[in-house]
Design a protein around this ligand. Sequence first.
Ligand code: SAH
Length: 346
Amino acid sequence: MTLGELEQVIADAGESPYRARQVMRWLWVHDALSADAMLEVPTRLRQYLKQHFAISRLAVSSVVRSADGTRKLLLRLDDGAEIESVIIPADDRTTLCISSQAGCAMACQFCATARMGLRRNLSASEILGQIVSAKPECADTERLTNYVFMGMGEPLANYTRLSRALTIMTADWGLAISPRRITVSTVGLVPMMERLLTDFPVNLAVSLHATSDALRDRLAPINRRYRLAELLDACRRLPLSRRKRITFEYVMLSGINDSPEDAHRLRAMLAPLKSKVNLIFFNPFPGAPFKPSRRERVEDFQTILLRGNLTATIRESRGLDIAAACGQLYAEKRAATGGRPEGFHQ
Ligand code: SAH
């Protein structure tokens, strides 16, 4: 619920709307599990809230911990569908990787989640629930600092719920997270990209992966709807604040998109844009038709971009030993049980 909606509920219950901020504080700051905990809220209102509303929690069905500190949460939703969130600690930050859908309809060839197809959109409550569930998994000294929508699903294909979740994440009465610490990653749903940046000053990451339409058609079939030229043109026109740049993600697939010629084409494509490139090691999964590029190859690729005056970083793979890449825990469970985990159908 947004603050405005809760104020309405509380007014309908015959109480002062200013109580809404108190309730929100208990929900988002103190992680209250019940209205009973809400000390300064009048007993009558607590009873009313208990009767009419639920404070839901996502069930954590498993937590897998990597040697590098990465933790992957498999979360079970009320209808049995399962989603993943990943806590990724780095030197000065701890990032939570959030899912926006159960499964995904985008059909990218190198992605494990794509194999499930789309089960359904997550509700705003299920998106936010991942943050609430991740908190107790953090060590005492650890605090979530950054949030990336790079888990299961295509966030911009679930914009209504995403924007409700972002509203609550960034509101002073909600989780009060600075939008600068939030990144939404998209396969490139052109019309929604502009909408997102008009509504929220968050960071945008675009999954590019190819420098020709022929290859991108194959790797990320959404390219047949939004061609590269159209995607890049939209990126150029996005309402970015002065210092902001768009991140372009590029998964390095051996012998597919990792040649020096690819790097030169990428440099030329991105030169007119306020961009930075994030080169990603392909995280292999059983049955995947690709292999990761060798480190040397990735570094050579990066060098060409850097020489062309682009900012280019290499994203180190984290949690490789726990199959922490998109959709992989789900895929492993399916392999282990010899069938589909309950709740998914394709
Ligand atoms: N649908 C959104 C967000 C989820 S995927 C998007 O496409 O951006 C988050 C990132 O993980 C994307 O850049 C995606 O291309 C990448 N990715 C998916 N499967 C991968 C794999 N097996 N190895 C490495 N990166 C992968």
